[in-house]
Design a protein around this ligand. Structure first.
Ligand code: PLP
Length: 340
């Protein structure tokens, strides 16, 4: 696994810390829970997209792009991190934002990640939910190209084989950390969405023959679709990496029981997880991804699916900037702020 063969802009703060969560573990009374702090990757409050963008933005630079374009939900962390990375490289950034929640709230629409997109100088364009966003982005990119811009488009969540290399790198980094400290881990869990994180991790873990099962907690799609998306991307990523066939379909496991009504709409247990991490560990989760992943982790511990004697690592994928778009939901515990 020779990642140095791929163009990369070294900008992430790596390796991210691997820390034990004593108080949360004690509270849940089950396994020993550790946290891999990918919320600390740097780049405008950090998060998992930084690792992907190291490889994606290197491709943009190599093709001489002067503008990057991407798309996501209104409170997209990926959009915010892409905007920040573009600033660092002196590229323009244009973002297409899809309204996936119907929240009319001011902070949801203009604060949090949206505020940061604009601070980094990105331009944004809004679309109603259910739009063909990849199609819209290609149209917008064509229009900019006709205008003389050299546009590099990045798919939603940065999830293609290039972006997934960032999480192959994370698997390698985590194994180095546990091997060098003599620490055996039984399982790795995290929130899964556009699939690049889980696909990269599973390719890395399997290529290294780590023997560590990976579980993704869904945040949007139903289980069969989520697992298929991850598997398809893992297959392509393994090919890119030069180890085709390393991932089997059954290596890809996602539990989508904690999604609730839909993408970006927190459930009661999402909010409970955010509060528990904040109050017991001083760690900020987010209402769209890591809060749902942590809700799954907590429920698995309570139900005895993760047991005493096991050591579980929760990969914190970031997203805390999104909290400032969800202040009303957090204050009221009311998870339906949709337009009447
Ligand atoms: C994008 C994102 C995820 C999901 O990662 P994917 O690679 O899209 O599956 C998880 N957590 C946070 C905070 C994110 O922004």
């Amino acid at each position: 696994m020779h990642l140095a063969r791929f163009p990369r802009i070294f900008l992430a703060h790596l390796p991210t810390p691997l820390e034990r969560m004593d108080r949360l573990s004690k509270e849940l009374g089950g396994p020993e829970i550790w946290i891999k702090r990918d919320d600390c990757t740097g780049l405008s409050t950090g998060g998992n997209k930084t690792r992907k963008l190291e490889f994606l933005m290197a491709e943009a630079e190599a093709m001489g792009a002067d503008m990057v374009m991407t798309q996501g939900a209104t409170q997209s962390n990926h959009a915010r991190q892409t905007a920040a990375f573009a600033s660092k490289l002196g590229m323009k950034c244009h973002i297409l934002l899809e309204d996936r929640t119907g929240y009319q709230d001011h902070n949801y629409n203009d604060n949090g990640n949206v505020l940061l997109d604009h601070l980094h100088g990105a331009t944004t364009e809004k679309f109603p939910g259910g739009h063909d966003m990849p199609g819209e982005m290609e149209k917008a990119a064509e229009a900019m190209r006709a205008d003389g811009k050299k546009v590099f488009t990045i798919p939603g969540g940065g999830s293609n084989p290039t972006g997934a290399l960032g999480y192959v790198n994370c698997a390698l980094e985590l194994l180095n950390q546990v091997n060098s400290s003599g620490m055996v881990i039984d399982r790795l869990v995290h929130a899964t969405g556009s699939s690049g994180t889980q696909a990269g991790l599973i390719v890395g873990l399997k290529a290294l023959n780590a023997g560590i099962p990976l579980l993704g907690f869904g945040t949007r799609a139903p289980q069969p679709k989520q697992e298929q998306m991850v598997y398809d991307l893992a297959v392509k990523t393994a090919e890119k990496l030069g180890c085709p066939g390393v991932v089997a379909r059954e290596d890809v496991v996602a539990d989508t029981s904690y999604v609730g009504t839909g993408y970006g709409i927190p459930r009661e247990d999402t909010i409970e997880a955010i509060r528990m991490f904040a109050e017991l560990e001083g760690i900020l989760l987010d209402p769209v991804y890591s809060g749902k992943g942590a809700a799954g982790l907590i429920d698995y511990c309570r139900k005895g699916k993760f047991k005493k004697g096991e050591r579980i690592v929760f990969l914190h994928t970031g997203g805390s900037a999104g909290l400032f778009g969800y202040d009303q939901v957090l204050a009221s515990g009311n998870t339906s702020l949709a337009a009447e």
